[in-house]
Design a protein around this ligand. Structure first.
Ligand SMILES: [Ca+2]
Length: 208
């Protein structure tokens, strides 16, 4: 119906008057109208961006990042109420520079995320929604260089993610929230070459 209306309108728009005053239909390309219509409505981008959650629920409330203008962007928790119900969890990067926590991913009663700490670099952190329960999981790339954990994904009570270390490059890791329980799952590409796994999803057979 819409197309028919467009075609009629297109033909009408293209009609002109000859010297005798008789309308003379002109040959038109009706698809040109459709093309213009599609452009005006916008199109869906072909490239699908991975979804990166910027907040997650914990037993103590919603965990998210915020910049209060003094401490930089740090992890916060809110029970949904203003005032005392919304508070800083921990200042992971001291001073006005923020730790820029992101990729909040709930696993059981805890929320994993990545953040910058000047002592260890960009690494994996975990919180139960309390300041005391907000801590580094493991310094995967030892020292101030970061392992840059990415693509955090909750699966069977653990968080799976990609991270880089000196010996293996970027590979698939998993963590139960403890340093001892944070291990390289499998080195898909031997040596320091990256296999760069990402965009994890649970399969129909219960696998990752
Ligand atoms: Ca490090």
């Amino acid at each position: 119906m819409l197309l028919a209306q467009l075609l009629v309108r297109g033909a009408s728009d293209a009609a002109t008057q000859d010297p005798a005053g008789t309308p003379t239909p002109q040959v038109v390309n009706p698809w040109a109208i459709c093309t213009r219509t599609a452009v005006s409505l916008g199109v869906t981008p072909v490239e699908v961006q991975p979804r990166v959650p910027d907040m997650a629920r914990s037993p103590a409330g919603l965990v998210f990042s915020s910049d209060d203008g003094v401490l930089g962007r740090e992890p916060w928790v809110s029970n949904g109420s203003p005032g005392a119900g919304t508070r800083l969890l921990k200042e992971l990067f001291p001073g006005p520079t923020g730790s820029n926590p992101t990729q909040f991913t709930r696993v059981g009663d805890r929320v994993f995320f990545t953040a910058d700490d000047p002592a260890v670099g960009n690494e994996l952190f975990v919180t139960d929604g309390t300041p005391a329960g907000t801590q580094l999981v493991k310094d995967i790339w030892p020292g101030p260089l970061g392992s840059f954990p990415n693509s955090l994904f909750a699966f069977k009570g653990m968080v799976y993610f990609s991270a880089g270390d000196v010996a293996h490059g970027r590979e698939l890791w998993r963590s139960d929230g403890t340093a001892a329980g944070t291990i390289l799952v499998q080195e898909l590409t031997e040596g320091v070459e990256d296999s760069s796994p990402n965009q994890f999803a649970a399969g129909g057979d219960g696998g990752l």
